[in-house]
Design a protein around this ligand. Sequence first.
Ligand code: ADP
Ligand code: MG
Length: 748
Amino acid sequence: MLGMVQGAEARMKGNEAETVKVVVRCRPMNEQETANGYKRVVDMDVDRGVVEISNVKGAETDPKKTFTFDAVYDWNSKQLELYDETFRPLVDSVLNGFNGTIFAYGQTGTGKTYTMEGIRDDPEQRGVIPNSFEHIFNHIARSSNQQYLIRSSYLEIYQEEIRDLLGKDQKKRLELKERPDTGVYVKDLQQFVCKSVNEIQHVMTVGNQNRAVGSTNMNVHSSRSHAIFIITIECSDVDEKGRGHIRVGKLNLVDLAGSERQSKTGTVGDRLKEATKINLSLSALGNVISALVDGKSTHIPYRDSKLTRLLQDSLGGNSKTIMVANIGPASYNYDETITTLRYANRAKNIKNKPKINEDPKDAILREYQQELARLKAQLTQRGGKKKKKKKQAEGDVDEAEEEEESSVDMETILQQEKDLEDERNRIQNDQHMIEEEKQQYLMDMKNKEAEIVAAKEAQEKLMGRIKTMESKLLCGGKNIIDHTNEQQRALEQRTQELLEQKRREREMLQLLEKEEESSCEIASTFSSLQQEVEAKTRKLKKLFAKLQSVKQEMGDLHEEFCRDRVDLQHTQDVLTRELKLKALIIENFISPEEKRKILSRAYFDEDEDVWKLRPVVRQTGGTLKRPVSSASRRPTSEYAKMQASLDHNPRYKGENIMVVELDPAVRTTRDWEGPVVAPRVAAALEAALMPIDDDLSIDASLATLNRSQAVRSTRKGKTKGKFKSGIRPPSQVPDSSLYPKSRGLVPK
Ligand code: ADP
Ligand code: MG
């Protein structure tokens, strides 16, 4: 395998152009399709890399549409087969410092996500992304004298907005920025350093969970958004001359939105904008591909969408690129399948110029190494002060020594601690010292102890930092001599060789077919007329069939073109209408002066893809002066001045300020009225509160005899309380009344 990769690399070292590799994968019929009895219209010749589609629209006799690709995978293809044959070489290149991109393109439900992610719990059905994790970390484990740093990020583009799937704030939208040295990048995109397969898998799981969050229908959402998983691999090794080099490879794994056309007809306003935006990135991708392959375009419209800007390098730039076109086998998918294959067919001709990214300025690995060296130097300085500096002379200090050294440092500190303790004991037990002196000694000792503890902590912290940093840098070579490992490597190498052979065979076959079609046969001589006639008839038939299929293709393309045109025209109509409305509003409701001002301030921000307003700038340069009012603003006559000082006539006041009495405002509130009690309730209450007459026994006969006893309450046991509430006891009823009065409140 290594030999092959190196061979391929040698080919590429000369900065040679290579085309985008395009493979087609057809998924099996699903249960529903089988149950509904749909016909399969796709035929695949895996050996020749040919896809044939039966024309369901035309007559039975119509020729099949054929497309040739770098490789085709039918419904029986296995995930691992795809990986080993097609993706492994690309990931190997990325490990060697190339950029690589894998796109999955196709209609929704044809297996894009299956190809990229697959079913993760089933090792057989894992897709490219998990397989590449395994591949990368295996490669590192087997490497020797190399250091690796792996980082991963995960983002999504939905309706032209970029969301970081690993970010804390999922509502935040990220921006694309451009730097002349490193190109386009996503500002503030999180990157996670991954030390193992498990860690990177975890990153992916978290991202996938975030992808589902906030989408009401995951299927609809995922079919309309592009997900990009990015793995950055930095590798440092030492060349023959002993100089360190860093290579950086970036692997983009892209699960594109479904390629089915979003219907724009009949939609207006926001819905139209949404429909236009959903596939904007995808149609921009198509336009970029067309512009790249037609050979005449000088302008490639990368800037038309976020996706094409972000993946600019993958199409016509410094990257090795594979596009997987996914199709469905059933007849009802015919149109989309043909469209996908045409799209893929065009992409075949894109030429890239991949090169190894050696020693880029922004390599994080270099920063890490420098930081590590600095920390280690600090550590040596700390511990090494009292020690012989023999290691400094050796230059490259290896890790074992380093470890030993740091452990020695700890020992010294421990020894110091112990000495201190002994000293303390000695002082405390010393009978000859006076108490004050003793205290002084102990105090000093305490300070010293604190110093040691601080030093210890600093040391530990430093060592901790070094450990974490070192753990992030991955090194292989530990089990390189492992026997099984060796065997496995040999086996893999053989497999790769076999696969390469297969690929070459396919290439040869494709070349042969091309040759056959050309004129070489016509030029050959024939022994008899009959033979010549036969051969030419055969040739004629072949060419005629070809002519027919080309004609048909032309018709199809014209039809598709018309459809696109109608669509675009519709979009244009709606947009024009909107524009007219806006213009009308501006003409009629905004003053020309204001309009001119805004026009002069407006500019287009290319980075953020929006119109913006410049802040208002003052022509005068400095701050404008406020108009001031002064006493002698107007020429004033002496007479007026005198009148003003007399304070009679407001006419002669400095300012025409009227003094007006304050008018009381009209009252808008109302007094509060208690709630109205329903008549029935009121009546009931009244009845309940009525004095109970039969409670009183009145002895009228006694009134004349003993007036003081005229009224006697017969209520038992309650009299006491009644007094308190201000009712006089019966004995105090005034004598003057002939008849008893009711027990109401009696004024004192
Ligand atoms: P897409 O992402 O293109 O919308 P999916 O990857 O979700 O499509 O695939 C749709 C369904 O088809 C899934 O249930 C998936 O498991 C199944 N499928 C797709 N391709 C294959 C394949 N090659 N073999 C088996 N099942 C497949
Ligand atoms: Mg999907």
